[in-house]
Each structure stands twice: as structure tokens, then as C-alpha cells.
Design a protein around this ligand. Structure first.
Ligand code: ZN
Length: 695
């Protein structure tokens, strides 16, 4: 027998906090004083129930949701609906993603389920949200749905399957998403694993089969479609690892969610909540090249003497050096405050001084926030039971001595963080936040805030708080953008591309998941090209991307740069020497006017360039008549001589070009668009070609 209760997602249930409140008032009235440390109902602090960042306002660069008949459009994407509560067609970046409508197929009362659409009409039409009611009937089941399309293109489908004459036997039930194969080249799902990039790759020829995971995305290099669900409640697969199947069929790739594969008897309505989100999420600009982020924030960097790398005896301050090099954004990691992931600091005077100095240098300052609650936070005693994920996870230690554990944003901690960031922006005029893991909807079974669910066998199933984490992210984005329209929400999300939460990031930073890997014979295997194109590139997600590199990781800095630059992705500088290289690249991009150039990536630029050898890849930034930048990489295991032949006619460049290596400054002979470069394995050359100059 199947029975379910629709999990209401997003903010924590209002009724619950109200009842807590009433109990609290009674408790306070009874004792007449603040509760003791271990009182379960402490007085409510000012942040409790905060509405900071809660808004219906459509924030830039998103545009209002539009509806025309059965079509709902947001920036860059259009969803068409019929009588089922799922899109029947989806267009993203000008292409239709689906080969056929998304459907619920199966066998009920011993007959194949055939749906007749009955209704689909708008319930709500606001700038930020369109809500539709849908209904479809089959012989044995009625499907009643409510579909919400929000302004970032997130589609939430709440639906109920009602037996038309209870009880009925359901032998099979599956949600089927048939995609056009050309738009289902890559597969990303979450959670992944640390020390691996296995959850982002080219879709195998044999497809995919696996257990329930809360997020799947299939796409190409420019667009894609995500499906998500907070838990496996209501999934009855034949085998655990057959809950999700991706199958290649003629003319389509089908993502099938096997809801019921073990026969069930349905004697009451069955509820599900699924989400869909097509990508790209946002326009391509500003991008990570515009943000020019470095991770070198610290108190006193505006006044402490700093020795300029490579310039003997020259002294300046680090902040001066960063500004002169072209840095536009500084992230100040966790040490801006003594309490881990806490939105207040005892270093207020130093922070104010740093913000002022950064602004004097036209640099934005982002402060670290995360995904944890520290056991030295004043709120720990009263709130950790209610707010941490269960089973308890994390356990990060730092100085001053403390341990921090992962929180769940379905809990009141969402209000705490929103209220705190709002105050920080008010008080210090910071330019935004660097969010470490905040966008990840961690698995959680903490019933104290509504997570987890009881399975038929009595065990507790895990939930992933996608909608609450989305609410956290949306509130932070709203707070930052309402203080500063150019402000940033820069997210470190290594391995996790959950679009319903990441839509409210201004850029993402990916790559920590493979930093612990051993270097293999070919370092390229650490981060294969298909993995990069799938999840690290940003173009298909509509999010500016940066590659994360640690000196302790498996790749040399130049190798990470090689892979990043080939995909139009900067590698965030982690030290002053990195800044020096990035400064040369920024300068060359400025000289070309890279923002006005067309990016011609290696996998689709045969018309414009040939490299003479398969392991040599070249991506171009081309401004017709004004020159270009070529990023040439050797992705093979052996050293290789690259013979690059540019098709100057196709590129609309003059026959006479002068070339130099952007990083070394070395001149490179070029004749009729032909140049030779000698590249070690995973080495790169970034070459600027300028018109009108002769050797
Ligand atoms: Zn939770």
C-alpha cells in the first residue's frame, strides 16, 4: 500500500514556528525569565522569523515571466504545458530540447495508462511567477497538478495521482523525459564523490542506470535540462540501482524515473513534487573574466608592506599590487570573523577600513559565508539540535579553537544567515558574499525542522532540502542585489550543479573535488575534456565559471590554466605569482576587446583553425579585422609540435598579422595565418595576433 504526505518545501512551515512561539510565550510567562541554557524553548532572538531578502521582485539579469496560451517564457527559455503537470516542449537558447512531451507512463488496473488532457489554465500570473492548474484523466487514475514557473526558469510540479475507483493496482509508473540526442551529450548528477569527477561526463553509449539521486542534468555545450526531486519518497524501483535509467532510443535519449516498478496497491492519493529547469540560466555577461576574482583577502592588506614579485626591492602594499594588476574582486576567506561561517565580526574597525581601501582601489570585497554552525557561536546551545543536518556531518576545526557542523537551511538558520548578511551589507558596505557550499542541498533526516520521512518499513529516508536551500540562495541574492546592483554572490559548489539553488549565484568556482587525487600518468585524466565541457565550463549552465586550483593538487598551475583557458574559464589566482600571469592575460584581453570578440571553441571551430594533430586543441577569441587571441593546448601525454593554421578569410582577418605569447611576451613568427608552437603535455600558449604589423 502506498500512502504519502506532500512535503511542503521552501521556508520552514509557518504553523510550526507559530506554535513554537506560543509555547515560548507560555514558558516565559511561567518562569518570568530567560530560559536556562538547556531550555528547549529559548526566547526568540531578533533574527528569528526575519524576512530579510524575501521578495517577489524580479532581479536583474532575469526578466519577468510571460505567458501566452500554454507557453510560459522566462529569460532564454520557453516551456509549453498540456494537461499533465510537466512541460510538453522546452526551448532553450533557440533549440527544442525535447523529442516528445514529458509523460507519466505505466500500467494501472492491468491496462497501459493513456492520458487525456482535460485542463491547463493559469491560476496566478505575476512578474516573478506563473502558476498553472493541470488535470489529465486515464481509465484508472486522475492526475491533478499545480505547476509554478519562477523567473529564473525553475519549474516546480506538485501533483497528485487519484485512483478513480479505489483501490487500484499499479504495476508500473515512470516519468519519462525524452530528449533530442544532440542536446543530451553530457550527464551531470548530484551528489558526486570527493576525489572523483565521475558525476560529470559524456553520457556513455550504453546510457546510465543508478539509484535515486536528487538532481540530474543532461545537456550539450550550450544548453541542457535539469530534473530534481527532494527525496526518493514514492519511488518503488525493482532494484535500488534501477531508480533512474537513461536509455538511448532511435532519435531520442530518454531519462526515465522509475517511480513504481514493484506493483503497489493505491487506495488513496499519491503525491509527488518534481522540478525541472532548463539552462542556460542567465546571459553570458558579466562573466568570470569581468569579475577578476582573487582569494587574497585579509585584514591589513591595505597597509602592510608587500614585496612585488620579480621586482627586487620594490615595496608596495598587497592591495596596491592587486589593483595595479587588474584585480577587481577580493574574497576574504573564513578568517574575517572568529566564528566559522558567522555573519558578524569583532574586527569591525579593521573591516570598515579594508572595505574603504578596496573601494578606493575600485575593488569589490566579498566575505566568506558557508554551510556550517560553529560550536562557539552564541546560538549553538539553543539552536544546533534544530538546525544541523542529521545525521550530524562536517566537523571542521579551526582557530580560535572550535568545531563547525553542517546546517540545513530548512531550519531557522536560514533566517539567521539572511538577517546577518543583510546587517553586514548595511553596516559595512561590502560588495557581496563568497559562499562556500551554501548552495548545496545537503542530505538530512532532521525531523525537528521537517526533513526526513518515514518509510513503510519504519526506517527514516533522507531528504535534500532543494527548495529551502533555493530560498536561502534567493534571499542572499536579493539582499546583495538590493544593496548593490553590481554586487556578487560567488559560490564555491565543487561537484554540485543544482540549478534551482545556483540560479542565484553570480558565478561559480569548481574543482576542489579532484584536488586530493594522485597525479596519474597523464594529468589530463584527472579532469577529462568531456567532464570539463559538461560541468566546469559555465556556458551550458548560464553561469560564469572559474576553475579551482590548489598548489597541493594533482595539476601544476600551468596545467590547470591550460584546461581552463581552453574552455574560456579563468583559474582563480591563489598567490601573488599567479596574479602576475593573470595580469598579462587580462591586459591582452583588454587590448583585443575580448568582451566584443566571438569565442570559437575547439570542438566546433574546424572552419576557422586546424592544429595538425589531434592532441592539439585551439580555442579562439576573434574580432573581425581587429585580431584575435588563440589558446593552443596540448592535451596529449607526449610533447607535441603544434602547427596551427588559421583560416584568416573565415575569421575576417587581414593577411598580415603579428603574434606574441601573452604570458612570456615572446614573439611568434606567423606567415599567412600559420604558426608553430612546441608544447609539453598539458602545456598551453595564449597567442595574441594583431593586424597591421609586419615582422
Ligand atoms: Zn534538514
Amino acid at each position: 500500500m502506498v500512502h504519502h504526505c506532500l512535503p511542503r518545501c521552501g521556508n520552514r512551515p509557518v504553523c510550526r514556528s507559530l506554535s513554537t512561539w506560543l509555547i515560548l510565550i507560555l514558558a516565559c510567562a511561567a518562569t518570568g525569565s530567560r530560559a536556562a541554557e538547556n531550555n528547549k524553548n529559548p526566547p526568540q532572538p531578533p533574527w528569528f522569523g526575519s524576512t530579510a531578502g524575501v521578495s517577489n521582485q524580479v532581479l536583474s539579469p532575469f526578466t519577468p515571466v510571460e505567458i501566452s496560451g500554454d507557453r510560459v517564457s522566462v529569460w532564454g527559455r520557453t516551456y509549453t504545458f498540456g494537461g499533465l503537470p510537466f512541460p510538453s516542449a522546452i526551448a532553450a537558447r533557440g533549440k527544442d530540447l525535447l523529442a516528445a512531451p514529458i509523460t507519466l507512463s505505466g500500467v494501472a488496473a492491468a491496462k497501459p495508462i493513456v492520458w487525456n488532457a482535460v485542463i491547463c489554465h493559469a491560476l496566478i500570473h505575476r512578474a516573478d511567477l506563473v502558476q498553472l492548474a493541470t488535470r489529465a484523466d486515464s481509465a484508472a487514475l486522475r492526475c491533478e497538478g499545480q505547476v509554478s514557473v519562477e523567473y529564473d526558469g525553475m519549474v516546480r510540479c506538485d501533483f497528485t495521482l487519484v485512483p478513480r475507483s479505489a483501490p487500484i493496482a499499479i504495476d508500473k509508473l515512470a516519468l519519462e523525459i525524452p530528449l533530442r540526442p544532440e542536446h543530451a551529450k553530457y550527464l551531470h548528477f548530484w551528489p558526486g564523490k570527493w576525489n572523483s569527477v565521475f558525476n560529470s561526463a559524456a553520457l556513455a553509449d550504453t546510457g546510465y542506470q543508478g539509484p535515486f539521486q536528487p538532481f540530474f542534468w543532461l545537456g550539450d555545450e550550450w544548453r541542457g535540462l535539469g530534473w530534481f526531486c527532494e527525496s526518493d519518497r514514492g519511488f518503488f524501483p525493482a532494484k535500488k540501482d534501477q531508480a533512474v535509467v537513461i536509455e538511448r532510443q532511435p532519435g531520442r535519449v530518454v531519462l526515465r524515473l522509475n517511480l513504481i516498478a514493484r506493483p503497489q496497491t493505491l487506495d488513496q492519493p499519491l503525491h509527488y513534487t518534481f522540478g525541472f529547469q532548463a539552462t542556460p540560466l542567465k546571459p553570458a555577461h558579466p562573466d568570470a573574466w569581468d569579475y577578476r576574482i582573487c582569494h587574497l583577502g585579509g585584514y591589513g592588506i591595505e597597509e602592510r608592506p608587500f614585496a612585488v614579485p620579480g621586482a627586487a626591492g620594490a615595496k608596495t602594499t598587497l592591495l596596491d599590487y592587486l589593483a595595479r594588476s587588474g584585480v577587481r574582486t577580493i574574497c576574504f576567506h573564513e578568517h574575517w570573523t572568529d566564528i566559522q561561517a558567522y555573519p558578524q565580526t569583532t574586527h569591525g574597525a579593521a573591516l570598515r577600513k579594508l572595505v574603504r581601501a578596496c573601494h578606493d582601489h575600485h575593488i569589490q570585497l566579498l566575505l566568506y559565508h558557508g554551510y556550517e554552525m560553529s560550536n562557539i557561536a552564541p546560538e549553538w546551545a539553543d539552536y544546533h539540535d534544530e538546525c544541523l543536518v542529521q545525521p550530524r556531518a562536517g566537523g571542521y576545526k579551526r582557530k580560535p579553537e572550535q568545531t563547525a557542523y553542517i546546517v540545513c537551511y530548512r531550519s531557522p538558520w536560514q533566517d539567521f544567515i539572511a538577517d546577518g548578511i543583510n546587517r553586514l551589507m548595511d553596516e559595512y558596505g561590502i560588495d557581496g558574499v563568497y559562499l562556500d557550499g551554501t548552495s548545496e542541498p545537503w542530505g538530512c533526516r532532521n525531523a525537528a525542522h521537517g526533513c526526513g520521512y518515514r518509510r513503510g518499513d519504519g526506517s527514516i529516508g533522507e531528504t535534500y532540502s532543494i527548495f529551502a536551500t533555493r530560498s536561502m540562495m534567493k534571499r542572499i541574492y536579493t539582499i546583495v542585489k538590493s544593496h548593490n546592483p553590481d554586487g556578487q554572490v560567488n559560490v564555491h559548489q565543487s561537484s554540485c550543479m543544482t540549478t534551482p539553488t545556483l540560479a542565484f549565484a553570480t558565478s561559480y568556482w569548481d574543482g576542489e573535488q579532484f584536488q586530493g587525487l594522485n597525479r596519474k600518468a597523464a594529468a589530463g585524466e584527472v579532469l577529462p575534456l568531456d567532464t570539463f565541457r559538461c560541468a566546469f565550463m559555465g556556458h551550458n549552465w548560464g553561469l560564469p565559471a572559474e576553475l579551482l586550483w590548489y598548489p597541493t593538487g594533482p595539476l601544476r598551475r600551468s596545467e590547470a590554466m591550460s584546461l581552463g583557458l581552453l574552455h574560456d574559464v579563468p583559474v582563480r589566482p591563489s598567490g601573488a605569482a599567479d596574479i602576475d600571469v593573470m595580469a598579462r592575460i587580462w591586459r591582452a584581453r583588454d587590448e583585443l576587446g575580448a568582451a566584443q570578440a566571438e569565442w570559437l571553441p575547439y570542438w566546433e571551430n574546424d572552419r576557422y583553425v586546424h592544429t595538425g594533430a589531434t592532441p592539439i586543441k585551439a580555442s579562439l577569441y576573434n574580432r573581425p579585422g581587429k585580431g584575435l587571441i588563440a589558446v593552443v593546448c596540448n592535451v596529449g601525454r607526449e610533447p607535441c609540435a603544434a602547427r596551427v593554421q588559421l583560416n584568416l578569410e573565415e575569421l575576417q582577418q587581414p593577411p598580415q598579422l603579428a603574434a606574441h605569447d601573452v604570458v612570456t611576451g615572446r614573439e611568434i613568427p606567423v606567415t599567412a595565418g600559420k604558426l608553430e608552437l612546441s608544447l609539453q603535455s598539458l602545456d598551453y600558449a595564449m597567442v595574441r595576433l594583431e593586424p597591421g604589423k609586419r615582422d
